[in-house]
Ligand binder design. Structure first.
Ligand code: KG4
Ligand code: ZN
Length: 393
């Protein structure tokens, strides 16, 4: 089954084409094409993501990216037949509220030969609704044009399955790959710009949220602390780089909010405020001061994540731990999770996503879509597919 997937929930426009092979017991897939167009540099100027700006960029970039991705996947040529007038009318009506996308779609995508693609998988939420709608409308337009079903995918489920792609040379492994084998119950720690969640899975699609942040997400805290230190957006990678330069004892530390509470929830807002007070005490922090702050902040976040996650591993008899989301790219967090597993939980399977699959991408949406297809959970009624900014697992 060949799946074209679309991700536009935040500030990356991402399209991929995968070929899913294997059955539910042993799913595997090949990457035919995978592209990400990041708007991060644009949003960096304003220090964060503005939904309407994100939407405009997605609308401008998505059709050219679909065209490129289809070509990368090896589908080429122009169609020789004409598109039925009724389909074209339906597409125009659908895209009437996205005039820019509508024009580029007709120019670039409509004339292409129909590729051998069987399904479209698209992120339906959570995320920025105006941004999500661009991807959803593009998916629906493709569905009408090529007469194939759309599978709506939860972005967070995408982050869960991103950890199933076996580690390899980033971006170069194009052969068939078997997904990492998961033993249930599995626990997913999802740490991104908008979410910090612990989800317990008893099987694929059978998730229960056992903990989440009560205020800021982990990635949001990284981004906000980065801004206090005059580092560009997105702040996570910057903090992590800076923290590596910190040396010795810094003579201070930050609180670990909720580290000892008898639940699986998190809170990062107080930690952020503690960093702010500390930064304000220094008129002009030196590079060394900044590196120490970055390191102490990162250590505080890591301690809380490791403690709460492994508390859940122990208390729920978890057999597989999957870590996903942009913050899962953080080397220190990975190293500490790995150490904790090696020391105390040698039977636990622990999977992290490839670095390039930790942050938002379409590959994970395609893989999650393939899982839905394997389990027969697909939607074909386009009218039922809507953007839901607060969709939960
Ligand atoms: O999953 P993602 O790409 O988008 C959302 O769905 O939110 O996550 C983006 C978040 C940003 O907050 C970014 O600062 C953070 O992931 N991030 C990191 C690292 N790389 C990205 N945080 C810490 N360390 C990193 N290396
Ligand atoms: Zn994400």
């Amino acid at each position: 089954m060949i799946i074209l997937s679309i991700e536009t929930s935040c500030d990356e426009t991402a399209i991929s084409v995968i070929e899913g092979t294997g059955d539910a017991a042993r799913p595997s897939f090949s990457i035919l094409a995978d592209n990400v167009a990041s708007q991060a540099a644009l949003h960096a100027e304003y220090g964060g993501v503005f939904p309407m700006m994100a939407k405009r960029e997605h609308a401008k970039n998505i059709a050219p990216l679909i065209q490129k991705t289809i070509a990368d996947a090896g589908f080429s040529g122009k169609r020789t037949d004409t598109v039925p007038g009724s389909a074209l009318a339906e597409i125009r009506e659908l895209l009437a509220r996205e005039p820019e996308l509508s024009a580029i779609f007709e120019e670039l995508i409509v004339p292409l030969a129909r590729p051998a693609i069987d399904r479209i998988a698209v992120t339906a939420g959570p995320g920025l609704e105006p941004a999500l709608w661009v991807g959803i409308n593009a998916a629906k337009a493709l569905s009408i044009l090529w007469d194939i079903p759309v599978i709506p995918v939860n972005h967070m489920e995408g982050h869960v399955v991103s950890a199933l792609v076996a580690a390899g040379a980033e971006g170069t492994d194009r052969g068939a790959q078997t997904l990492n084998e998961v033993s249930f119950p599995a626990l997913a720690l999802l740490i991104s710009g908008g979410h910090t969640e612990l989800a317990l899975a008893r099987g694929w699609g059978d998730y229960s949220l056992i903990g989440q942040t009560l205020d800021d997400a982990a990635g949001e805290a990284f981004d906000k602390v980065a801004r206090m230190l005059d580092l560009p957006y997105p702040g996570g990678p910057e903090i992590s780089k800076l923290a590596e330069r910190a040396a010795g004892d810094h003579g201070f530390s930050f609180p670990r909010p909720m580290i000892g509470t008898d639940d699986y929830n998190f809170s990062f807002s107080g930690l952020k405020t503690a960093v702010l007070y500390h930064v304000k005490k220094h008129e002009r922090p030196t590079e060394n001061d900044k590196a120490s702050i970055a390191k102490e902040f990162q250590d505080a976040v890591t301690d809380v994540l490791v403690k709460k996650t492994f508390k859940a591993v122990a208390e729920h008899g978890v057999q597989t731990l999957l870590v996903g989301g942009g913050v899962a790219a953080n080397k220190h967090i990975r190293d500490e999770m790995q150490k904790k597993r090696d020391r105390g939980f040698p039977d636990l399977k622990l999977f992290f996503p490839r670095r390039d699959l930790a942050t938002d991408n379409a590959l994970m949406i395609g893989i999650a879509g393939y899982f839905h297809a394997l389990s027969g959970k697909e939607t074909t009624d386009l009218g039922d597919i809507r953007a839901d900014g607060n969709l939960s697992l």
